[in-house]
Design a protein around this ligand. Structure first.
Ligand code: ADP
Ligand code: MG
Length: 341
């Protein structure tokens, strides 16, 4: 094979740095949806509208009614390593917001056409910035809050674009991200449309109602509420009875401090708790939220922030396992006879 070209070490241009980072942050359209929804929630929004076109590849436009971005801050919103959420290492160790890396919008803007329109409560009108942090901030119109309009994902990175799946598949991933986030925030109204058609609309509601809406009646009719605390750990939500179990693991929602996570420790703890009541080839359905002091969990494990590391993962495992097992044991004793084993 030909020897690779070796050049002198040189600083990469800003755009290329962001495109490299985008490989991790902006894996596919659904990752954009996730980042934009997290930003909308961090901004204190109570109503969020998600409009998708062609599976999100053509367009992802998310409008919120949150606190907005002041015009002089718009270029910073699109700059790398610029964030309003942390300012120091101690903030990083106590992250209470969904975002903190300050790179999502810059990454997205490096691989798509982005327009940010925003209006703060005290501004006479909205302002917008187009393209990148180098874009000109211009007056615009719109209500208080922010719209981030992302078009033509990967238009300038054709190699990346080739990895996209069909419109239907990309759409399904986007819709899944919206469901996950909508489940975690019943106090926020969401609406989702695809190619101009409203697909879903969730009004502000009780947690019980939101989860019934999203997981369906099978779950709503066969679930147990759980709410347990021990020391710094608080677990709450719903666990489905064996009758609400599924052939696939698509009814499992675990949140840590409001963030949807895929965590081996947690999945294992829940699975073990179901062991006595559920056949091995079935997957339990559950919506569980673990809240704990942010200093006890590291969310800065991967750019996508769906992985976490607990300071004391054994204690977390024990607590979750026992809480779920106790909850399931109560009813299996009343509703299903004695628990085998
Ligand atoms: P991060 O969320 O990690 O701070 P982002 O690149 O996602 O980084 O966003 C950069 C900054 O832009 C945020 O810190 C926030 O101040 C601002 N921002 C982004 N989206 C919104 C929004 N929807 N409403 C208000 N401010 C926003
Ligand atoms: Mg963010």
């Amino acid at each position: 094979a030909p020897a690779p070209t070796i050049r002198p070490i040189q600083q990469l241009p800003d755009q290329l740095i962001s495109q490299i980072a985008a490989g991790e942050v902006v894996e596919r359209p659904s990752a954009v949806v996730k980042e934009l929804l997290e930003n909308a929630l961090d901004a204190g929004s109570t109503t969020i509208t998600i409009r998708l076109e062609e599976g999100g590849v053509k367009r992802i436009a998310i409008t919120d009614n949150g606190r907005g971005i002041a015009p002089e801050q718009l270029p910073l919103a699109l700059s790398r390593h610029a964030t309003s959420k942390i300012a120091s290492l101690s903030d990083l160790e106590n992250v209470g917001t969904l975002g903190f890396r300050g790179e999502a919008l810059a990454s997205i803007a490096s691989v798509a056409s982005v327009r940010v329109t925003s209006r703060t409560a005290n501004a006479a009108h909205a302002f917008e910035i187009v393209g990148s942090h180098e874009g000109v901030v211009a007056p615009s119109s719109g209500a208080c809050g922010t719209t981030i309009d992302v078009q033509d994902l990967y238009f300038n990175t054709p190699a990346r674009r080739k990895f996209l799946k069909s419109e239907q598949t990309e759409y399904a991933h986007c819709a899944e991200v919206v469901r996950r986030i909508a489940l975690s925030r019943p106090d926020v109204a969401f609406s989702l449309s695809h190619n101009g058609r409203t697909i879903d609309h969730w009004n502000v509601s009780e947690a019980a109602k939101r989860s019934a809406h999203i997981l369906g009646n099978d779950f709503a009719e066969a679930r147990l509420a759980l709410d347990e605390a021990a020391g710094p750990l608080h677990l709450h939500g719903y666990v489905g009875l064996p009758t609400a179990s599924k052939a696939r693991a698509d009814g499992q929602f675990f949140y840590v401090n409001g963030r949807f996570v895929r965590d081996k420790v947690l999945v294992h703890a829940v699975k073990a708790a179901y062991q006595d009541v559920l056949h091995g080839d079935r997957f339990p359905a559950y919506v569980l939220s673990l809240d704990l002091d942010p200093a006890l969990v590291d969310v800065n494990v991967h750019p996508s922030k769906t992985e976490v590391r607990f300071r004391d993962s054994r204690a977390v495992h024990q607590f979750v396992f026992h809480a779920v097992q106790r909850t399931l044991a109560q009813t299996s004793a009343t509703a299903h006879g004695s628990v085998p084993g």
